[in-house]
Design a protein around this ligand. Structure first.
Ligand code: MN
Length: 200
């Protein structure tokens, strides 16, 4: 069951419930309070980072009804957050559309570029040293990029250029993604930034 409610004020509330997970996302594209609660602790850290650098405020609550591993809840959180971003952007008229950033964190360097023109595509380059960071499996990180791109209808190119510490590499990536999204989502003027005349 998918219930979507949105208004014209860059805000969306999305609930996604299945036999595997229950997800609630309330998103406003303005800085403010950030409340994140999922069973995957390192995911909470990355979600708070992403939302903060996206200049957004949000409440993200996730429950895992089966508890097999981190896969279902991580994927379903990003399906729901991506849907909320899509709804909050509405017709996308007036946004900058493109955003990019390169972010270091000590040893790690991450770069991302996004296009919010309405077409989903994703490229991820990079590799982690270990199989998990805390309770998040590192193979879910490229999967997050893919899921977010599909459901927010964004093109996302993401690269972890180098690094020696998986926590730093992941955190630099989510900071960079947040900054690129903030830049692309920023309202510029009342024009459609496409020669085609529409971003639908
Ligand atoms: Mn950290």
């Amino acid at each position: 069951m998918l219930i979507v409610r949105s208004s014209g004020v860059r805000q969306a509330e999305v609930r996604r419930e299945s036999r595997e997970t229950k997800i609630y996302v309330s998103l406003t594209l303005m800085p403010g309070s950030i409340k994140v609660s999922t069973p995957v602790k390192f995911l909470n850290h990355m979600l708070e980072t992403l939302i903060f650098y996206m200049n957004a405020s949000a409440e993200v609550i996730a429950e895992d009804l089966r508890g097999f591993d981190d896969h279902h809840v991580v994927e379903d959180v990003f399906i729901t957050l991506g849907t909320a971003i899509d709804r909050a952007l509405g017709d996308r008229v007036g946004i900058r559309r493109f955003g990019w950033s390169m972010v270091p964190m000590d040893d790690a360097l991450a770069l991302t570029a996004v296009d919010l023109g309405g077409r989903a595509y994703w490229v991820f380059r990079g590799s982690f040293i270990g199989e998990r960071i805390g309770d998040l499996t590192t193979q879910m990180i490229p999967h997050i990029i893919r899921t977010l791109a599909i459901h927010s209808r964004a093109t996302i190119h993401a690269e972890i250029r180098w690094g020696e510490n998986d926590h730093h590499m992941a955190e630099a990536l989510f900071k960079s993604l947040g900054m690129s999204m903030a830049m692309a989502m920023e309202y510029v003027d009342n024009t459609v930034r496409s020669l085609k005349g529409t971003m639908q």
